[in-house]
Design a protein around this ligand. Structure first.
Ligand code: ADP
Ligand code: MG
Length: 307
């Protein structure tokens, strides 16, 4: 490959909003046959909105009992939202941003409490002490252990393609916050285009099966890996490679970094976290997923010309 031709390709890529780390990355991009796509922030805009806050009647009864012992008199929807948002102030996750923004709007200028001992588990959730109470906001996990009304709220959210997170206060499940996301306007076309280029699209998400299905269904993606923790996404890449596939991963989050590094080619969304961009070989600067098939075409064309 002549340096001039590669430089030209890199320049053309840059104009298309595709930043390639170098010639080896272009070469690997040309050979990719499978594309593992993250959901939140990659196929969807990651600009999320709180669509519902459901508190459990059971939790209220329990809280009333504890009130006598100096606990909260009641965990109403506003209080559940306030506690959850206090914790989420420490997270960069799109879910966290939605919950904090929603709580601020509801709080009428009242500042959110400061969390202490904040901890985040990528792909799982966050926790902290708020007003002396242990508050955790996480994926719902096994639905068997939560009250009926919260389980119902989770199902309703997921059927709509929304994400439901569970709020625990003092370890007890108190509320479900439903957060809606929107597909990127060009996602359908981009996935269709990838298929026409002979690439096999695979959806990998930390989100739950029902939510993943609702989103994948809108894109015609049939291969889904849901409830994937960061290490599961990386293991999926290794498994696909073990079956002889050349795998590109497209992601935006801290939770995608391991998979991006394991892939034959890591592709980060430009608006993604620094960790994702640092782990990737290619960055899609403009926030459009259509840049991905464009990048594949560019790589194939460039290297065909050079040879
Ligand atoms: P995705 O693969 O869709 O980008 P993640 O792997 O980042 O999703 O997260 C997987 C799941 O973990 C989310 O659907 C959510 O249930 C939970 N989660 C992750 N981060 C947070 C957070 N900051 N607050 C609440 N829940 C979170
Ligand atoms: Mg993501």
């Amino acid at each position: 490959a002549t340096p001039t031709a590669l430089l030209a390709a890199t320049g053309r890529g840059a104009r298309l909003g595709i930043l390639v780390s170098g010639a080896p990355a272009l070469e690997r991009l040309r050979k990719v046959d499978t594309v593992v796509l993250d959901k939140t922030g990659t196929l969807t805009t990651g600009r999320m909105n709180v669509t519902a806050v459901t508190v459990s009647a059971d939790a209220d009864a329990d809280a009333d009992a504890r009130a006598g012992a100096g606990g909260h008199a009641r965990v109403g929807a506003a209080e559940a939202l306030r506690l959850a948002a206090a914790v989420e102030q420490g997270s960069e996750h799109p879910l966290a941003r939605a919950i904090v923004a929603h709580a601020r709007r509801q709080a009428d200028g009242h500042p959110l409490p400061r969390p202490v001992r904040f901890a985040a588990v990528p792909g799982s959730g966050v926790s902290a002490l708020v007003d002396g109470e242990e508050v955790a906001v996480t994926r719902p996990g096994e639905l068997g252990g939560i009250p009926d009304d919260l389980r119902e709220a989770v199902r309703t959210a997921e059927t709509a393609g929304h994400t439901a997170v569970l709020v625990r206060v003092g370890g007890a499940p108190r509320a479900v916050i439903s957060v809606g996301d929107t597909l990127r306007p060009d996602a359908y076309r981009a996935v269709e285009h990838l298929r026409r280029l002979g690439l096999r699209p695979v959806l990998a998400t930390g989100d739950r099966e029902a939510t993943a299905r609702a989103i994948a269904g809108q894109l015609g993606i049939t291969e889904i890996h849901a409830e994937a923790l960061p290490e599961d996404k990386a293991a999926l890449v290794t498994t696909l490679q073990g079956h002889g596939s050349r795998v590109a991963v497209v992601g935006d989050g801290v939770n995608d970094a391991a998979a991006l590094a394991a892939a034959d080619l890591g592709i980060a969304m430009g608006g993604g976290t620094d960790v994702a961009i640092g782990a990737a070989d290619v960055t899609l600067v403009r926030e459009d997923i259509q840049a991905l098939p464009d990048a594949v075409r560019l790589a194939r064309h460039t290297l065909a010309t050079i040879r």
